[in-house]
Design a protein around this ligand. Structure first.
Ligand code: TNX
Length: 501
């Protein structure tokens, strides 16, 4: 049994001698004056309050006493320590967690690091009889491998409401994943209300795969969700997919279709058939309006413009439409993210390409490699490893199999740095995807995610030196009981035979 059983595996962790820290009523959260750190302290006090069943005070006065959870910001990396050469984007998430019988001390350079330390602390909580909860004495010093550790959630094929998405956000937080990419639009539905094009949700908000019940996020719900995620250190990256995957838009606005009349709603699961049309006068205004709205509604630094599977469009038209979307996003000060198909299109400097189709049927890998050589950053979402809509095995009742089957070990046992022949520092990180053509319920959603998302988290966060399949398997049952306690369904059979060589 590992001594400090945390997922993802910390860079350095050791169990210390001595009695545990026991949570008791009267426990206080001590913090300095930084407002972001105070916000984390309030969050921690709320969490701890639930555990001890009593209100927990946040204080800025250190009386030197015991029973304190201290959140300490420092400007000195030597206090953590973050090794020299670690990029600033990674250092902001670094933390040091020291637990002894008197105090829990989380130290970080940034409030985000405090959040990561709390995520580790949460996993160390153990039931302690009538006393409630205890934490074994440990020292953990930790920072992430990759800055972008994401999940793409498809709300367009099947809709999941804001509460369901928030439970996904809490899960991301607990696994130290920090990007929630929301695939908000597709052929089957449009899932966010945009003030300049209200018919998108009025007509396409309630359609979805198979005629199943659907819905959409109001602008207020979207803002609330983004803020909720931000408080947990998770950045929402909204995607409006175009110039393909747009039937929902053509269903709402007939002016976007060559016929001039609205396209019928689409409830199937095909891809690649719908497209915007650069010849139509309404098209450019539509692109500028929808991306203008979403950049204004999104405080985070990224907006995803889609760009995948516009299979019926020639390059010049594609480049023009993608260029217009990218320019609109970029002019508003956001970095453009797009699927790999846009690698050949003119994208602004600083753009991010999301690699997904490792079958390379259309020879796009070469374009991604060339774009990376020219400076593009790359997020890796290889379908064979990270498409969590893929069936675990042939008997698994839901999911796709075009990328094969995806066992827990497949999701764990691969190395991002050597996936593509591109410079290691052009790899911004990795992102799993949950497409929802076959995913209809909350139960389906979590069964597809868990336990594989824990493997994704380890690949994204853990240093190569500490990653180990056997150690990961030892830590999983503990995580599984946490999911049970949280009421999250997970696929237990993924562990059957997983330990076999
Ligand atoms: C490919 S991945 C798609 C999605 C589908 C998914 C199904 C990508 C950029 N496009 O539209 O939902 O496969 O697995």
């Amino acid at each position: 049994m590992l001594e400090v059983p945390v997922v993802p595996a910390p860079v350095r962790s050791e169990r210390r001698d001595g009695p545990p820290f026991v949570l008791r009523p009267g426990v206080r959260v001590l913090v300095g004056e930084d407002p972001a750190a105070v916000a984390v302290a309030v969050l921690a006090a709320t969490q701890v309050g639930r555990q001890v069943n009593a209100p927990v005070a946040v204080t800025q006065d250190d009386d030197g006493g015991a029973g304190v959870i201290e959140l300490r910001l420092t400007t000195d990396p030597a206090h953590l320590p973050v090794p020299p050469g670690v990029a600033p984007a990674l250092a902001t998430e670094a933390y040091r967690l020291a637990v002894d019988a008197r105090r829990i001390v989380v130290t970080a350079l940034d409030a985000t690091g405090l959040l990561r330390g709390l995520a580790t602390l949460e996993q160390l909580a153990r039931p302690a009889g009538a006393d409630g909860v205890s934490f074994a004495p440990v020292l953990v010093v930790d920072h992430p491998r990759y800055a972008w550790r994401g999940l793409c959630l498809d709300l367009a094929r099947h809709y999941f409401d804001a509460d369901a998405v928030k439970s996904v956000v809490r899960l991301l937080f607990s696994l130290k994943l920090n990007v929630l990419h929301l695939h908000l639009t597709d052929d089957q539905g449009w899932r966010v209300h945009l003030p300049s094009r209200p018919e998108l949700t009025a007509r396409s908000g309630r359609t979805g795969v198979g005629g199943d019940p659907a819905g959409f996020l109001t602008a207020e719900e979207y803002a609330d969700l983004v803020a909720y995620a931000a408080a947990l250190g998770v950045t929402v990256v909204p995607e409006i997919d175009m110039p393909g995957h747009v039937n929902a838009a053509l269903h709402a606005y007939g002016e976007l279709a060559p016929s001039g009349t609205p396209a019928p709603a689409y409830t199937g699961v095909g891809v690649g058939f719908s497209r915007l049309d650069a010849q139509l006068p309404a098209t450019a205004a539509f692109i500028e309006a929808v991306f203008g709205d979403i950049v204004r509604m999104t405080p985070g630094p990224y907006v995803h413009i889609g760009g995948d599977e516009a299979l019926t469009m020639h390059a010049a038209e594609y480049d023009g439409l993608v260029g217009l979307a990218a320019g609109t996003v970029n002019a508003a000060g956001k970095a453009v993210v797009s699927w790999q198909e846009a690698a050949r299109a003119p994208l602004p400097p600083g753009s991010i390409l999301q690699f997904w189709d490792d079958r390379d049927e259309r020879g796009e890998i070469g374009a991604v490699v060339a774009a990376a050589a020219a400076g593009a950053r790359v997020v890796l979402s290889p379908a064979a490893r990270l498409y969590l809509d893929t069936r675990y095995d042939a008997d698994f009742p839901i999911g796709q199999d075009w990328a094969g089957y995806l066992t827990l070990r497949d999701a764990y046992d691969w190395e991002p740095a050597t996936l593509l022949p591109i410079p290691a520092d052009q790899v911004l990180g990795i992102e799993a995807a949950l497409w929802t053509e076959t995913v209809r319920t909350r139960q389906d959603l979590f069964l597809m995610l868990l336990p594989r998302l824990a493997a994704v988290a380890d690949v994204a966060w853990a240093a190569p030196e500490v990653r180990s399949w056997s150690a990961f398997l030892e830590r999983l049952p503990r995580l599984g009981s946490r999911w049970d306690d949280a009421g999250l369904p997970w696929y237990r059979a993924a562990l059957d035979g997983a330990g076999d060589a």
